[in-house]
Design a protein around this ligand. Structure first.
Ligand code: GDP
Length: 443
């Protein structure tokens, strides 16, 4: 996961303080210096990092803390709060309303994932009951209209564009007009991107904005953009009034710190992140749970939401029952794989699993892995699937499963290790008897 390494380094820097007998100025400085290095190496812009360091020092005044105060906890909390502050510009983004047409315009460099994200955004809102529509005003990139058309058709979303008209402003205005007449709630306009920031791109963007009067302009940014993120985001903000950011390719291996800088540059919140190429690999972004996941503290509300979203209603009760009894068996894991919740998404929401330890890979890799796991679990007996103790898997059983599923012994062992890891985390969860998953108590 993007930022995984950063999360791991910050967590380790905080843990280092466990090894010193007294938390004094030096211990605090060592910790902050390590965090500073980690942030800079992850491409967070220098002024932001500096500001964070100064703020933490102001908040954690070691001299004023009476003996008995848990200084490590106070420092940890200050770091958590500062990371949240860095990602939270303090004002929410415009939220489209049903029954009143809202126009949302997407901007960003070519290849950032704009067209893909437009459809994901439309699809997300369509599932929530919005009447959405897509307008392709990207006349620069050959194939952009076909791509949007293909995605929109797959998601059954109305679209507008042209193969012959070369004026993006005209297309955007006509599309928005048409969908307003058709009483759509949410009209999404995809604009052109260029390989780099160019005056012509910005002028075109400004004209499209002028013609469509968007309620919200979303800046789409690739998470691997690096140190250039701050300047790039600022350049877009200076031309059109960017009101929100979406960061794509968060499933990749990029350092990703630039994403933090984009928030500061646009003073706009990140509203979603893209976690894969598929339509549903798109997550609502919430600052606190994100930072919590980054620092390996889990994200219960995210886990609960995800489960509620993907688990069919009639199975939710059973799942809650199983989990509330600490009954996470291989069969539960099989069910979870069959729901196609990418394992890394699920893991990242569990406390105690730092982002660094998460299985790496894109959505497709994760899907392939789940398929592999299911094939191996298909070769297990009922007794094996229902046992929560991996000790039953002796050598001959492992060999049998490998043979039966046509997989390697090493792969069966990997599955069992992964199961053990997740089962350990699940053990301590307390879920209320009434099944209200929003009241889940983490271990
Ligand atoms: P545009 O030029 O900004 O419109 O970019 P596209 O939407 O065409 O996306 C460029 C490439 O990035 C395509 O291959 C997309 O499938 C891919 N892409 C977009 N979003 C994501 C994401 O969140 N994760 C991954 N792994 N790939 C993405």
């Amino acid at each position: 996961m993007v930022l995984a390494e950063l999360g791991g380094r910050i967590t380790r820097a905080i843990q280092q303080m466990n090894n010193v007998t007294i938390i004094d100025e030096k211990a605090l400085n060592d910790c902050l210096n390590e965090i500073t290095r980690a942030l800079l190496q992850s491409d967070v812009s220098f002024p932001l990092v500096k500001e964070m360091q100064t703020n933490i020092k102001k908040i954690v005044n070691l001299d004023d803390l009476a003996a008995g105060h848990n200084k490590r906890l106070i420092i940890e909390q200050a770091i958590f709060n500062e990371l949240c502050r860095m990602l939270d510009p303090g004002k929410p983004a415009f939220a489209p309303k049903k029954a009143k047409p809202s126009v949302v315009m997407f901007v960003g460099l070519q290849g950032a994932g704009k067209t893909t994200t437009c459809t994901k955004y439309a699809y997300y809102h369509q599932k929530k009951g919005y009447k959405t529509a897509l307008v392709c005003a990207d006349t620069f990139r050959a194939g952009a209209f076909d791509q949007l058309k293909q995605n929109a058709t797959k998601a059954k979303i109305p679209f507008y564009g042209s193969y012959t008209e070369s004026d993006p402003v005209k297309i955007a205005a006509e599309g928005v007009d048409r969908f307003k007449k058709e009483k759509c709630d949410l009209i999404i306009v995809d604009t052109s991107g260029r390989h780099k920031q160019e005056a012509s791109l910005f002028e075109e963007m400004r004209q499209v904005a002028e013609a469509t009067e968007p309620d919200l302009v979303i800046f789409v940014m690739d998470s691997s953009i690096g140190q250039a993120a701050f300047d790039q985001a600022q350049a877009f903000k200076q031309t059109v009034s960017v009101g929100a950011v979406i960061i794509t390719k968060m499933d990749g291996h990029a350092k990703g710190g630039g994403a933090l800088s984009a928030v500061a540059a646009t003073k706009s919140p990140v509203i979603f992140i893209g976690t894969g190429e598929h339509m549903d690999e798109f997550e609502l972004f919430d600052v606190k749970p994100f930072v919590s996941r980054l620092l390996g503290k889990g994200d219960w509300s995210g886990l609960v939401n995800k489960l509620q979203e993907v688990v069919p209603k009639d199975l939710q009760h059973e799942l809650v029952e199983n989990l509330s009894q600490g009954n996470f068996t291989l069969r539960t894991m099989y069910d979870q794989c069959s729901l196609q919740i990418p394992l890394n998404q699920l893991y990242s929401m569990l406390p105690g699993i730092s982002a660094e330890l998460m299985p790496k890979g894109h959505g497709d890799e994760s899907r392939a892995k789940m398929k592999r796991y299911m094939t191996m679990m298909d070769s297990m007996t009922d007794k094996e699937l229902d046992s929560s103790n991996t000790k039953v898997f002796n050598e001959s059983r492992i060999m049998r499963i490998a043979r039966g599923s046509g997989r390697l012994v090493r792969e069966v062992m990997e599955l069992l290790e992964e199961y053990k890891r997740i089962a350990k985390q699940m053990k301590g969860i307390k879920i209320p008897k009434n099944g209200d998953m929003s009241k889940v108590i983490p271990p």
